[in-house]
Write a protein that binds this ligand. Structure first.
Ligand code: SF4
Length: 177
């Protein structure tokens, strides 16, 4: 994956950001795309969004090392533009392979681009904070869509609801075997 040239984002990236965390994770978080910090480090969610994500996980008693964090595209789009549909399609196989290998009990797509990968046309504002069961790559998968942390940083009034949704996520994970 670190030498992938399946799409043109390979031309401008510094490092591929393959994802990071536990291979035995019960929870997989899926974001949108690497930003400048992630592109330099090769690690997902190391900037301000990552700090908020860490704080939310800490609140529900989950260490970041115990989850797996990935993105729908693994290379930074220039100027942090939104990923294009063809880039998301090109990268989709990497994500489905990670899900197949890790077999998380719950996958939390963070924001609309991640949600779109799993539910075409799904609206994050409508589906956030509720379990969605879907067929995915020939198996059943439980999703728990959440806002992308950057969206909460841009609109801090969303934070109380975000914390509540993370609380619900923590309770579901405790029940999951
Ligand atoms: S974004 Fe994904 S598909 Fe495109 S080059 Fe990077 S790893 Fe490959």
């Amino acid at each position: 994956m670190v030498r992938c040239t399946r799409c043109d984002l390979s031309l401008s990236r510094t490092k591929v950001v393959p994802g990071a965390g536990s291979q035995q994770a019960k929870l997989m978080l899926v974001g949108e795309a690497p930003g400048a910090n992630e592109d330099r480090a090769g690690v997902p969610f190391v900037g301000a969004s990552g700090k908020l994500l860490n704080a939310m996980l800490e609140k529900i008693g989950i260490a970041r090392e115990d989850v797996f964090i990935a993105n729908v595209v693994r290379c930074r789009p220039p100027e942090n533009r939104n990923p294009k549909p063809q880039e998301i399609r090109a990268c989709a196989g990497w994500l489905s392979e990670q899900i197949r290998l890790i077999q998380p009990r719950l996958v939390a797509p963070l924001g609309r681009y991640a949600l779109e990968h799993f539910i075409a046309g799904g609206k994050i504002t409508r589906l956030q904070g509720q379990v969605q069961r879907i067929d995915y790559a020939g198996a059943s998968l439980s999703l728990f869509p959440l806002f992308h942390p950057a969206a909460v940083l841009r609109a801090p009034d969303r934070r109380p609801q975000y914390e509540e949704h993370f609380g619900r996520l923590g309770a579901l994970l405790k029940k999951a075997k």
